[in-house]
Ligand binder design. Sequence first.
Ligand SMILES: Nc1ncnc2c1ncn2[C@@H]1O[C@H](COP(=O)(O)OP(=O)(O)OP(=O)(O)O)[C@@H](O)[C@H]1O
Length: 247
Amino acid sequence: MFEKIEFINLSFEYEGRKILDNFNLQIKRGEKIAIVGSSGEGKTTLIRLMLRFISPHSGKILVNEKPISEFENWYKMLGVLSQKAHIFNRSLRENLLIANPRASDKEMYEALEKAGLKKFMQTRNLDTILGNEGGFTSGGERTRIALARLLLRKPEIVILDEPLEGVDKLVEKEVIENIRDFVKDKTLILISHRFSILSLTEEFAVLENGKIIEKGKYHEHSEDSLLKQFFKAEQELTEKFRKDDVV
Ligand SMILES: Nc1ncnc2c1ncn2[C@@H]1O[C@H](COP(=O)(O)OP(=O)(O)OP(=O)(O)O)[C@@H](O)[C@H]1O
């Protein structure tokens, strides 16, 4: 059973450019944390390290106090929605069964609906072929198919990297509530710029210059905290975009 993950003095660089620099963070079972930070600060890199797609240059990642590489069943515990969801040139059904080979058609339809694909399914069915890299679908649809795939799994830890990418405003609220329900009894690590989805977490950590510069519960932060400033800037930007949309 997952108890905690610890990043200890973790450093990582791309071509001599430091992305994570003596990074430290601990996430315990059941915690729900959003990692926020400007574009390019290394949030996705952190997830890729967690998934062991890349290795740190120094420092370590421990799961239940053991090096992550020695932790059996690590992948089985994870449910991940990444920015580059992999969609196979197979049927929608086959793409979903990867997550849970025992899922029934009914469960698959439910997951697709929860992921905001109700309208999409009005003109498709589970036998629809998705194309090479999901090429017969839009970017937003691919993210939602990947979200439906995640909803069919039963992971202990859920990692979401911009899960609302391509989810339009009409279904956004509903999708957020479905994700909220899904992560209720799980550990959640969330990365997003979208203000609305950050309501899924109680805790926030701000990543800047390779380190966590501020961490805590959102409501405990003072008006001039970096966290609040970050959100304010994001919110102002979102509102500006919304206004521009209307115009
Ligand atoms: N494979 C790579 N080779 C070289 N540099 C890379 C590579 N992948 C990412 N980077 C760089 O590393 C930095 C961190 O990237 P990362 O994707 O982790 O940022 P992020 O915080 O997730 O950004 P965003 O919010 O825009 O998704 C960026 O400057 C990026 O250009």
